[in-house]
Write a protein that binds this ligand. Sequence first.
Ligand code: SAM
Length: 213
Amino acid sequence: MEMKKMPDSKSYFDHVAPRWDAMRVGFFSEIVREKAFSAADVQSGELAADIGAGSGFITEGLIQRNVRVIAVDQSKAMLEVMNKKFADHPGIQYRVSTADTLPVADDTVDHAFANMYLHHVETPAAAIREMVRILKPGGKLVVTDLDAHDFTFLKDEHFDRWPGFERPDIHRWLTEAGLKNVFVDCAGEDCCTRSTCGAVLAQISIFLASGVK
Ligand SMILES: C[S@@+](CC[C@H](N)C(=O)[O-])C[C@H]1O[C@@H](n2cnc3c(N)ncnc32)[C@H](O)[C@@H]1O
């Protein structure tokens, strides 16, 4: 499908919201989600935040595990898609907000998940600090995102702010945010997408980073 040129990231995600589930299937799979839940050791009855929740890929897996969710995203349209899908589910709170001030009190959630969110934010280290702020002591942050890459079309076509990340930077940002037992490892799959003209196929490894508050 021809992509209209969007002025900013929020407009882009508002625009693709009705199609995000179908697009997402081509980019990455449940493998990433399962690795994230396993790293966090999620338990029934807990409360988690899904930051940059989109249409609810992470949230869907959490509610299947009887975990309550605060879903945060800058795109109201994305959260509306999610709300429609999970209309019958009482355990999800929807909050429209940006990375810099998450609308969640300090020390509130057992886990914070951020899947394919960090490479869209302006200041990744600050976004990490903000996610750590909302974790309870002992709570876990799990970030799944792209390793550093050279595919410039992702900036033009998908509003990627950063061309992935170097793992030592991610490790440092989690540590500097005050997390313990920090590790950064392979998430077990690659993110794949083709440029609009079809000329370039990007295949980018995905890392999983975690730490405990
Ligand atoms: C690539 S999508 C990933 C969505 C979802 N986590 C998933 O795995 O399908 C990135 C999401 O992050 C949101 N996002 C990007 N920048 C943001 C920011 N600065 N503050 C809040 N949300 C943001 C976008 O609106 C979008 O829904």
